[in-house]
Write a protein that binds this ligand. Structure first.
Ligand SMILES: NC(=O)c1ccc[n+]([C@@H]2O[C@H](COP(=O)([O-])OP(=O)(O)OC[C@H]3O[C@@H](n4cnc5c(N)ncnc54)[C@H](O)[C@@H]3O)[C@@H](O)[C@H]2O)c1
Length: 246
């Protein structure tokens, strides 16, 4: 353990698998106290158990981050379990690539916006007063290269992830004077269940960097953004994508 996050109180949403689980494990190994959220109780309990090998303070709150009352409960739990909050990682999300706008219905659009964008608004709105009162905070929001470049067959997902970028930039301007930095991570293709379910894969010949991204590629960046090393970094969109978008 190198302790780059010791003294930090971090809430990570969607920590049951994939990128969120990798962030949870890295944060634990860097000494953060953790509240791990997911909608999948068994998955997040298993990751919490792994994190406890490195960090004594690991708590769990099962909640659907698109539900406003569940998000209130999540932040009550952050205060009760961690005693405050200095780092928020809005990672929970659902994917959706493969349907053109002509095949998309309003219910799918509403669900995507609720889980991938409204949840970020709800969580940031709850986190800012806690961080302001502490005098320091880091918010890290998971966007996607799809939110930057667009991807055919992903109008709802691209819209939600572009919204996360706009939200992050506007919020960074509102919170800088409280020393709360807000940044977006816009990953390229990362090998997780989300990308596998979407049937997205790249042969080595398609890739500029000669391998697909891993959850740890994102977790290492999240550790940096959550640490005091990144205090002067705010309002940025950082895109680990192996050069897929330059
Ligand atoms: N995998 C990629 O290629 C990729 C690329 C760009 C951006 N992202 C973004 O990174 C984030 C993590 O993606 P991943 O690939 O690890 O996905 P994943 O599907 O492997 O994991 C997502 C996690 O979020 C949880 N979750 C889903 N809906 C939830 C809800 N309503 N409330 C609470 N938890 C919920 C799931 O149970 C799961 O544990 C997402 O925001 C995704 O859009 C992923």
């Amino acid at each position: 353990m190198t302790g780059r996050l010791s003294g930090k109180q971090a809430l990570i949403t969607g920590a049951g698998r994939g990128i969120g689980a990798a962030i949870a494990l890295r944060f634990a190994s860097e000494g953060a106290a953790l509240l791990l959220n997911d909608i999948d109780a068994a998955a997040v309990a298993a990751i919490a158990e792994e994190c406890r090998k490195d960090s004594a303070a690991v708590h769990v709150c099962v909640a659907d981050v698109s539900d406003p009352s569940a998000v209130e409960r999540l932040f009550d739990e952050a205060v009760a379990a961690l005693g405050g909050l200095t780092v928020l990682v809005n990672n929970a999300g659902i994917g959706g690539v493969g349907k053109t706008i002509l095949d998309s219905d309003l219910d799918e659009w509403n669900r995507m916006i609720a889980v991938d964008l409204t949840s970020v608004f709800l969580a940031c709105r709850a986190a800012v007063p806690l961080m302001r009162d502490t005098g320091r905070g880091s918010i890290i929001n998971l966007s996607s290269v799809t939110g930057v470049t667009g991807t055919a067959g992903s109008v709802p997902y691209a819209s939600a992830k572009a919204g996360v970028i706009g939200l992050s930039k506007a919020l960074a301007k509102e919170t800088a004077h409280w020393r709360i930095n807000v940044n977006a991570i816009a990953p390229g293709l990362i090998d997780t269940e989300m990308s596998r379910v979407r049937g997205q894969s790249s042969s080595a010949a398609d890739l500029l960097w000669p391998r697909i991204g891993t959850p740890d590629d994102i977790a290492h960046l999240a550790v940096y953004l959550a640490s005091d090393e990144a205090e002067f970094v705010t309002g940025q969109v950082i895109s680990p994508n192996g050069g897929a978008v330059i």
